[in-house]
Design a protein around this ligand. Structure first.
Ligand code: CP
Ligand code: NVA
Length: 309
């Protein structure tokens, strides 16, 4: 078995094309019924630190660790304010004595980088304000399952150019996709992300941003959307609803993409806001396959980081 190159999985930005390939190969293997409950990580303990709410990330990591024969410990924000009760360094130095691998969901991306720097054990990003790498890997694995290839596929993200869009931009660059992030002015993918993603792009991959929704979605193989106000932006909800109101993924927008377009959403969805029931419940939607794949991809990530891939 090839060793995984990385100690941690803190971002999509830090990965190389070969890492993504290795994660997908391991995911496909672990997803097969015969190996699904093999205890590759028997006796291993995952620590999960959450500063923000979660359904999928918490349950998919915990269930995944249980399927691999390990155990997971959940620390929520009531128990835990990273860097407040004690420093990130001290948390790292404690946790590495108790658990074998750590997953964090934080506001600050730097907090995850600091934890990875100080902890001797592997650290996984379970969403920060800047990135959601496990999500992007599950999203692309799902596209691969449904479309049989990623190379040359057009993925259009409709919404805020923040964490999920950032990770998708890097992921698309690493796998040869055509990525377009379409957003209202003021919420577009940042220059720095576009530049870094383009530098990582393998031959054939393109990374673009746009304001014109109808133009952007033409010929799309996959349409993707996310909430208009992310966790931590609750006070901006009204202003964002006004800014994003013309960026809803509805039947009219769906009809402009390829006839066999698939629809993704990281979830939770605010039905009737960024996506209509008619789209998320349509035959085009793969959102629950995508949610399930969070678990399979994360099992692969944990197995690879712990040298059991
Ligand atoms: N997509 C995702 O990360 O879901 P949760 O916020 O429920 O974990
Ligand atoms: N952009 C969203 C993603 C939730 C999975 C958020 O950060 O709240």
């Amino acid at each position: 078995m090839r060793r995984f190159r990385m100690k941690d999985l803190v971002s999509m930005e830090s990965l190389q094309p070969a890492d993504v390939l290795q994660i997908f190969e391991t995911t496909a293997r672990l997803k097969r019924p015969r190996s699904r409950h093999r205890p590759y990580l028997r006796g291993k303990i995952l620590g999960m630190i959450f500063e923000k709410a979660s359904l999928r990330t918490r349950v998919s990591f915990e269930a995944g660790m249980l399927e691999l024969g390990g155990h997971a410990i959940y620390l929520d924000q009531g128990n835990f304010k990273l860097g407040e009760r004690e420093s990130i360094y001290d948390v790292a130095k404690n946790m590495e004595r108790f658990v074998h691998i750590l997953m964090l969901r934080t506001f600050s991306h730097q907090a995850i980088l600091d934890m990875a720097k100080h902890a001797s054990i592997p650290v996984i990003n379970g969403l920060s304000d800047d990135e959601h790498p496990c999500q992007a890997l599950a999203d692309l694995f799902t596209i691969l399952e449904h479309r049989k290839t990623l190379m040359g596929q057009k993925l259009v993200f409709i919404g805020d150019g923040n964490n999920v869009a950032n990770s998708l931009a890097y992921a698309a660059a690493l796998t040869g996709m055509h990525f377009v992030c379409v957003s209202p002015e003021g919420y577009m993918l940042k220059d720095a992300v576009i530049e870094k993603a383009r530098k990582k792009a393998i031959s054939g991959a393109t990374i673009q941003r746009a304001v014109n929704l109808r133009e952007a979605v033409r010929g799309a193989d996959c349409l993707y959307t996310d909430v208009w106000a992310s966790m931590g932006q609750e006070k901006e909800r009204e202003a964002r609803a006004a800014a994003f109101k013309d960026y809803q993924l509805n039947d009219e927008i769906l009809a402009l993409a390829k006839p066999d377009v698939i629809v993704e959403h990281c979830l939770p969805a605010h039905r009737g806001e960024e996506i209509t029931d008619s789209v998320i419940d349509s035959a085009h939607s793969v959102v629950f396959d995508e949610a399930e794949n969070r678990m399979h991809v994360q099992k692969a990530i944990m197995a690879l980081l712990l040298g059991r891939g």
